[in-house]
Write a protein that binds this ligand. Structure first.
Ligand code: HEM
Ligand code: HEM
Length: 244
């Protein structure tokens, strides 16, 4: 059989209504997600490890900020389900969907479900607040975020309080995130984890994404890292008074 004919048959086969395991989460989004989880654990561990680890803690924080900037770009110019425009965020839809969380009915959504989209926005917002406040605070002894000199002592104190409280909220949100994934697996028999690893879900062909647009993502990642590097490099020099 000629090769062209064979390829045509293969494509026709995959476009029947039953669908197959096809790409929905692009590679850049998956890398973003696991790097974000890694930075969360790294920031947490380094914050617990004592003041000698504060530089490392700040580096994890900068990496988290660069990831957030990347995710904003990717939410605007990424693939179909990574785009924020694909998130169904209406409060009415959410209220309708909450009771469904308990039922055994699968969500069957190719991208984020309604509750998943809300959870995504919540987690990204909490990480942004966490890393954003970190830029302005100090431990009052050795280390300070790069923008600590631009705020008064009382503002820095207030932001340090937010950094502290928001971390507890972020921890709770991550715990809920993991519990929700376990719940979906147990109650709904819906495996959300493997698609976040290899990108594929069983969906109809018209719901799959054609490619990961990795080239575009690399450009977005370079710009995100450059922006955060500039933010850190352009920070004001701390004066002696800030430390003593
Ligand atoms: C998502 C990223 C981040 C997480 C999860 C995180 C988490 C934490 C936690 C749990 C603490 C201990 C708070 C306490 O015990 O009150 C802490 C302290 C601190 N963080 Fe972060 N942080 C992040 C980003 C940053 C960034 C970007 C900076 C600065 C560039 C920063 C600077 C600091 C400093 C200076 C302290 C010490 C404050 C003190 O001892 O009062 N953090 N952070
Ligand atoms: C080992 C720990 C983790 C596992 C197993 C995990 C698993 C997952 C899975 C399966 C999804 C897809 C959910 C869906 O289908 O709607 C997801 C999405 C997400 N997770 Fe996690 N996660 C972990 C840790 C974290 C942490 C620590 C954070 C943040 C600090 C986080 C933030 C997110 C975000 C923001 C999304 C949405 C992805 C996007 O569209 O940007 N995850 N996670």
């Amino acid at each position: 059989m000629p090769l062209v004919k064979l390829v045509t048959i293969t494509i026709d086969n995959s476009s029947n209504d039953t669908g197959g395991r096809l790409l929905v989460w692009d590679l850049p989004l998956r890398i973003f997600h696991w790097l974000l989880a890694f930075c969360f654990l790294g920031s947490w561990a380094s914050a617990e490890a004592g003041f000698e680890w504060t530089q490392t803690h700040m580096r994890f924080g900068y990496a988290s900020l660069a990831l957030i900037v990347f995710r904003i770009f990717w939410g605007l110019a990424g693939t179909r389900y990574s785009r924020f425009s694909s998130f169904r965020l209406g409060p009415k839809v959410l209220l309708q969907k909450i009771p469904e969380l308990y039922s055994k009915k699968q969500s069957n959504s190719a991208g984020h479900s309604e509750t998943g989209a809300w959870a995504t926005v919540l987690l990204l917002t909490l990480v942004t607040i966490q890393a954003g406040t970190g830029l302005f605070i100090s431990d009052d002894i050795f280390y300070a975020g790069p923008y600590n000199p631009v705020v008064s002592g009382s503002t820095a104190g207030m932001l340090a309080y937010v950094h502290h409280i928001n971390f507890n909220i972020l921890q709770a949100a991550v715990a809920l995130h993991l519990a929700a994934i376990a719940w979906y697996a147990w109650r709904k028999k819906e495996n959300l984890l493997s698609p976040m690893l290899h990108g594929n879900k069983t969906v109809k062909p018209n719901l799959a994404i054609p490619s990961s647009h990795t080239g575009r993502a690399i450009l977005a990642a370079i710009i995100a890292v450059a922006l955060i590097s500039l933010l850190v490099l352009l920070a004001p020099e701390p004066s002696m008074y800030d430390f003593f």
